[in-house]
Structure formats: structure tokens, C-alpha cells
Ligand binder design. Structure first.
Ligand code: ARG
Length: 247
């Protein structure tokens, strides 16, 4: 029967089927985005996204392989089939969504500011930084960079290859402010903030984070959305959240 044959072919083409056949889920991420993916003292990549990926592989009954990939090239790497899915704290924005599909968001974050302590009290919002006398930094290819350029257009802007290097620039007093996702800034503040930084912790953008997959794969998306609904309601998501974010 032609209709059934066509359905069968489509299902065969889903990344989901390839994962099951291979017995392996390949997850693309860029380690360094605390607390979602980072390298621990033993050199292992750990974090919120890694635990989500582990639950995912377990639910599929396959082994998990992490493919550490530079954030700036992570969408092209997905398209080139270097891995099956992006689980890398990726903000679902409309520009990226023209290239790839996203499962339903798993968490919502927003941009926040790490400020050099010398500005404490004088600068209370991103708006106060909108002046050419200030230098604002973020990481290349991220929504932090986009927000800095779009919402603080008059400040000097400097881009970094790694989020931690950008934040260190503010610790060292080379820059005035670091613009990045709030959860990262909270962890960085706790680790290095001490005497040198102030955290402006009111997010000023709306950023849902989602798993990214190739376009044209409804089977995979359907599986991912139902997986998310399940873990969000059976305690698994809360356990991961409490371990990496609340705790
Ligand atoms: N949410 C931000 C974005 O989508 C930053 C994510 C950075 N992720 C990473 N794994 N380094 O641009």
C-alpha cells in the first residue's frame, strides 16, 4: 500500500531511528556554560544539561556520547551530522529557529549583569551602561553578545571566545560589565565575585532554552516533547534542577 509505504520510509529517516539502530545518543554541547555544562576537577563534563542527556539516553535504552563543540559552530555541526541533538543551554530565538527546530523549552533564563564593584550603586541597570565611556563584554555567538549590542548600543563592546574569560575581564577591571545568562552569572559570582563584582540579578531579556534538532523530523520532536512532559512531572527534572541550580 503506497500510503503506508511512505509513512514507513519517513519513520526510517527520523534521527530517533538512527539513534536506536546505532545504540548511541550523540549530544552536542559546549562545556564552560555553568551550571549547565562544565568540566569538573577530574576532567569530566558535568552539569544540568549532561544529567538531562543521561536521562534521555536511559529512556531510549542507548549509551550517551558527549560531543564537545565550540558554541559558535554548534548549529553547523548539527547540520553536518556531528551529533544528533544540541543540549547546550541554547536560547530558542527566531533567528536560530529559521535554521533548526527546537523541542519545547525546558527552562527560561534571561540576561543579567556582572558589574565591576567600583560601579556599585552608581549603575543599577543595563540602561546605565549605555555610554561610550563603558566597556561591556560577552561571549561570541551568544544571546549575551546580541543583547549587549542591541540593548547597550552606545557602550564599547568586546567579544570573548569563552564566557569565563569575559567575566574575568570584569574581575580584573579591564571591562565594566559582563552580560550573560543569569544562571552562569550566579555561579561565577559565587566562585570569583567576592571583592570585585556585583551581580545585577534582574534578567532583562526573556530566553527559553530548548533542545535543538534538524528540521523535518516530527518523530524526534514528538519523542522529546513527551519525554520533557514526563520528567517535568515525575520528579526527575526537579531533582536535576535542585542539584545544579537551586542548591
Ligand atoms: N543561552 C545563551 C545562548 O543561547 C548562551 C548559551 C551558551 N551555551 C554554552 N554551552 N556555552 O546564546
Amino acid at each position: 500500500m503506497p500510503v503506508m509505504a511512505a509513512d514507513h520510509e519517513l519513520a526510517q529517516k527520523s534521527t530517533l531511528n538512527e539513534i536506536l539502530k546505532r545504540g548511541e545518543l550523540r549530544v552536542g554541547l559546549d562545556a564552560g556554560y555553568m551550571p549547565f555544562e562544565m568540566t569538573d576537577k577530574k576532567g569530566e563534563i558535568v552539569g544540568f544539561d549532561v544529567d538531562m542527556a543521561k536521562e534521555m539516553a536511559k529512556a531510549m535504552g542507548v549509551k550517551l556520547t558527549i560531543v564537545n563543540t565550540d558554541y559558535d559552530g554548534i548549529i553547523p555541526a548539527l547540520m553536518a551530522d556531528k551529533f544528533d541533538i544540541i543540549i547546550s543551554g541554547m536560547t530558542v530565538n527566531q533567528e536560530r529557529n529559521l535554521q533548526i527546530n527546537f523541542a519545547d523549552p525546558y527552562i527560561v533564563v534571561g540576561q543579567a549583569i556582572l558589574l565591576n564593584k567600583k560601579h556599585e550603586g552608581a549603575i543599577t541597570s543595563y540602561k546605565d551602561l549605555n555610554d561610550p565611556k563603558f566597556t561591556v563584554v560577552s561571549r561570541i555567538g551568544t544571546t549575551g553578545e546580541q543583547a549587549a549590542k542591541r540593548m547597550i548600543p552606545k557602550a564599547q563592546y568586546k567579544s570573548f571566545e569563552k564566557e569565563s574569560d569575559g567575566a574575568m575581564e570584569v574581575v580584573n577591571g579591564q571591562a565594566d560589565a559582563f552580560v550573560y545568562d543569569l544562571p552562569f552569572n550566579v555561579v561565577f559570582m559565587a566562585q570569583q565575585g567576592g571583592k570585585n563584582l556585583v551581580l545585577l540579578d534582574k534578567p532583562f531579556t526573556y530566553e527559553p532554552l530548548g533542545f535543538g534538532v534538524k528540521k523535518g523530523d516530527p518523530d524526534f520532536l514528538n519523542w522529546l516533547d513527551n519525554f520533557l512532559t514526563q520528567i517535568k512531572n515525575d520528579g526527575r527534572f526537579d531533582r536535576i534542577y535542585d542539584k545544579w541550580i537551586k542548591g
